[in-house]
Ligand binder design. Structure first.
Ligand code: GLN
Length: 390
């Protein structure tokens, strides 16, 4: 057989997605890959039924249906104060996974550096590999997950082309403060780099924290590439609707990359999702209240069991310290497999998210109904006893 590509030689599959398969195999309560087990708003599913009957069923415009981009521009302007031109500055993609890949491919040449905070969302590693970028990691230091401004400036000094910013952060739950955002922005301007943001948890944020839009900071509109999706905001992770917001010159490029990667997002789903983009402010307040409730339920349960974990400011993940239950020399991957099989709860091994050698943390998500979270907590109550018998 001829050889396979060098670029993908050291590729692993996504551990996040793998843990969903492991959870299914053992019948575990799946708190690994982050997605809800509750329904999207009725407005969307009803509009989807209409789209099934009346269409559209053929390709939409490559960069997204006109009414979808217009609704998106309006919704984004409402929350961020920034109006992005639907014709020139918006590209609709198949999930934010494609958005991020298209953004990185559009601005980075092979061998150029991209700054990534660690811990990071798993896909950024693959984005760097596929685009030939060289990641430069800057640690977020627990328990606050703050960063050292000197370390960040050092990374910029190495000649970074872009910085990837996940805010609110998956997996650590950090919400970057206004001052931190200003500092990142100032460095990006001083060292002439792009900032590529991943803002999929923009609306999942806990009091008193606030989402700051990088593109809205002084001097940043022209160098920020905002990646986002409708997955988490409207509980439609399977619809694969994402988007890139960027200045016209960058968007021109993103549109072409997107065109050849996937042609376009699904037309009937875009049509139905317009109903989500048009929902009133109350929807977002209720979404936040719902997640505040799930966070309180799940973290309250973990606290009652006396577990050590990170309490998120945004997004819907906790990182739990499991060092005391691991066998000597055991990997967190093996531990998570044991946890799914013997305790019956699916989690993601923390090592998937860190550049540093971290092997004692696992990630749970709590985007689930009360009954699911309670079932997981009930099973976790047996963790100590089961681990003692290992
Ligand atoms: N963002 C989700 C997570 O971190 C999953 C996203 C995905 O699998 N595409 O679990």
């Amino acid at each position: 057989m001829p050889s396979l590509s060098k670029r993908t030689e050291h590729f692993t599959d996504s551990v996040i997605r793998r843990m969903t398969r492991v959870s299914l195999r053992y019948g575990a309560v799946n708190l690994s890959q982050g997605f809800p087990d509750f329904d999207p708003p009725r407005e969307l599913t009803e509009r989807l039924a209409q789209a099934a009957a009346k269409g559209p069923h053929q390709y939409a415009l490559t960069w997204g249906a006109q009414n979808f981009r217009e609704a998106l521009a309006k919704k984004h302007a409402h929350f961020s104060g920034l109006y992005m031109d639907p014709d020139r500055e918006i590209t609709v993609t198949c999930g934010s996974t494609e958005a991020m890949m298209a953004a990185v491919m559009s601005v980075v040449n092979p061998g150029e550096r991209v700054i990534v905070f660690s811990p990071f969302y798993e896909n950024y590693g693959a984005d760097a590999v596929l685009s030939g970028a060289v990641p430069v990691y800057v640690p977020l230091i627990p328990p606050e997950f703050h960063f050292d401004p000197e370390a960040l400036e050092d990374a910029f000094r190495q000649g970074a082309k872009a910085l990837i910013l996940c805010n609110p952060s998956n997996p650590c739950g950090k919400v970057f403060t206004y001052d931190e955002m200003r500092l990142i922005a100032e460095l990006a301007i001083r060292y002439d780099a792009f900032v590529i943001t991943d803002e999929v948890y923009e609306h999942i944020i806990y009091e008193p924290h606030r989402h700051v839009y990088m593109a809205a900071l002084p001097g940043m509109r022209e160098r920020t590439i905002t990646c986002n999706s409708l997955s988490k905001t409207y509980s439609i992770t399977g619809w694969r609707l994402g988007y890139v917001l960027a200045p016209e010159e960058v968007s021109e490029r993103v549109k072409k990359v997107h065109d050849f990667l996937t042609v376009g997002a699904a037309a009937p789903l875009m049509e139905a999702a317009v109903a989500g983009l048009e929902l009133p402010d109350d929807y977002y307040r209720e979404l936040q209240a719902g997640y505040q409730h799930r966070k309180d339920l799940f973290t309250g349960g973990l606290r009652a069991l006396d577990f050590q974990f990170t309490d998120p400011q945004g997004a819907y993940y906790v990182m739990m310290d499991v060092s005391q239950w691991m066998r000597p020399g055991e990997s967190d991957v093996a531990f998570c497999e044991w946890l799914a099989r013997e305790v019956g709860v699916g989690a993601v091994p923390g090592s998937s998210f860190f550049r540093e050698d971290v092997n004692h943390l696992i990630r749970f998500h709590f985007a689930k109904q009360d009954a699911t979270l309670n079932a997981a907590l009930e099973r976790l109550a047996d963790l100590r006893a089961k681990a003692a018998g290992r």
